[in-house]
Design a protein around this ligand. Structure first.
Ligand code: KET
Length: 410
């Protein structure tokens, strides 16, 4: 019966994580999947979450179904984190939010919804983007196109080309954007650049889809949501997916949200109704435990302050590791490396850096040194710590040195 089914070739990110887990070498370092490790190389249980968990354990509430759209308190607190407590769009009732199965679930439900109501629209993603964006949108039947984003030669943003491409899109084209900590490049738009892009999106009647998976890992919880809030203030109608996987270190609890910002409260109410219909036909209702944990943290001023401080510590540790890696590489390759060649490490934001390593160089790093990066050259800097950073720097230096020697020979 099932003979005709082709084998799954595996996912570029998940398969690498599985290979890492099976690697017996003690010196192995995981810089592939977007997981935040603390300074002792563990995936942390945040103190705020631990305290919320203890409170919930005492309550012993039943494990009933959540409503289709998710837990009311969670949705409200999520809206305040994403759009800001003083958001005009929120007080106008113009935002329809559902609890989603992680950030991925928000992207997929959003894609299903857009495919239904804008059947002729393609989705435009940055070149490059998170690998799974393509898979999730294609799964919903959307046509996927890309706009210029990353310039490999200068390790910077092709902003003018990006604007020119977006300026030529037909009305109702969907434009996927990341408000902060761009995956995979670590390169974000500046506020001045957003201020150019937002009126263009509005004028061209495009549908921005803002995917935020790393809120708080760039410049701060409020700062990282700036572009979303600027868009809401400018009166655009748009979509936001957000994930709490990373900033709550609750990956497996699958906590996220999907929000539609509409032109009026009644439009938002209609959108919410059809989002519920979409969810009901896909998986009926979202999971309970993670939503209870996050609502408990964000709903208690003490725990919320504790969480915000913990996000601050994660952000500071990532920045420190970026600077330290840059320093070590410059020390090790004193003669061969110009500071400008590693400036990207501290200029980029969030968990990821685009190193410019080739797939062959990434394979060499993994096979010989046990250092795992994605084959695109994406490195998760949040996997670095004091105990492994010298090994990583020395391994990277070897690869860069070999590359320099090959160039000299050629
Ligand atoms: N959006 C972006 C930009 C993103 O990087 C991820 C996860 C998600 C959404 C999904 O969020 P979640 O809440 O996990 O469903 N990215 C990391 C993990 C993965 O590939 O699944 C990563 O890029 O390593």
């Amino acid at each position: 019966m099932f003979k005709h089914i082709p084998p799954y070739p595996g996912d570029p990110i998940m398969s690498l994580f599985e290979a890492f887990q099976a690697d017996p070498r003690a010196s192995k370092v995981n810089l592939s999947i977007g997981l935040y490790y603390d300074s002792s190389n563990s995936i942390p249980v945040l103190d705020s979450v631990r305290r919320a968990k203890a409170m919930l354990a005492n309550e012993d509430r039943p494990h009933t179904y959540l409503p289709i759209e998710g837990m009311a308190q969670y949705r409200q607190l999520l809206q305040e984190i994403v759009f800001g407590k003083d958001s005009q769009a929120l007080s106008d009732g113009r935002v329809a939010t559902i609890q989603s199965v992680g950030g991925s679930g928000a992207l997929r439900v959003g894609a299903e919804f857009l495919k239904t109501y804008f059947p002729g629209s393609a989705i435009w993603v940055s070149d490059p983007t998170w690998d799974n964006h393509q898979v999730l949108f294609a799964g919903a039947g959307l046509e996927i196109r890309s706009y210029p984003y990353y310039d490999a030669l200068t390790n910077s943003l092709k902003f003018e080309q990006m604007l020119a491409c977006i300026a030529a899109l037909p009305a109702h084209a969907i434009v996927l954007l990341q408000p902060c900590c761009h995956n995979p490049t670590g390169i974000d738009l500046s506020r001045e650049q957003w201020q150019q892009l937002i009126p263009l999106l509005q004028r061209r009647q495009l549908i921005p889809f803002m995917d935020m998976a790393y809120q708080g890992f760039g410049d701060g919880i409020e700062e990282d949501a700036w572009a979303i809030r600027a868009m809401a203030d400018a009166g655009l109608s748009f979509v936001v997916s957000n994930s709490f996987s990373k900033n709550f270190s609750l990956y497996g609890e699958r906590c996220g949200g999907l929000s539609f910002v509409a032109a009026s409260a009644s439009e938002a109410a209609t959108v919410l109704g059809q989002l519920k219909a979409t969810v009901r036909r896909m998986y009926s209702s979202p999971p309970l435990h993670g939503a209870r944990l996050i609502s408990t943290v964000l709903g208690s001023p003490g725990l919320a302050a504790n969480w915000s401080a913990e996000v601050g510590q994660m952000r500071a540790r990532i920045k420190h590791m970026r600077g330290r890696l840059q320093q070590l590489l410059l020390q090790q390759l004193l003669q061969q490396l110009q500071p400008a060649e590693v400036a990207y490490l501290t200029a980029q934001r969030g968990m990821f850096s685009y190193t410019g390593l080739t797939p062959a160089e990434v394979d060499l790093l993994r096979e010989q040194q046990g250092v795992y990066l994605l084959r695109s050259g994406r490195m998760c800097v949040a996997g670095l710590n004091d105990a492994n950073i010298e090994h990583v720097a020395a391994s990277l230096a070897d690869v860069l040195l070999a590359r320099g020697q090959q160039r000299a020979l050629a």
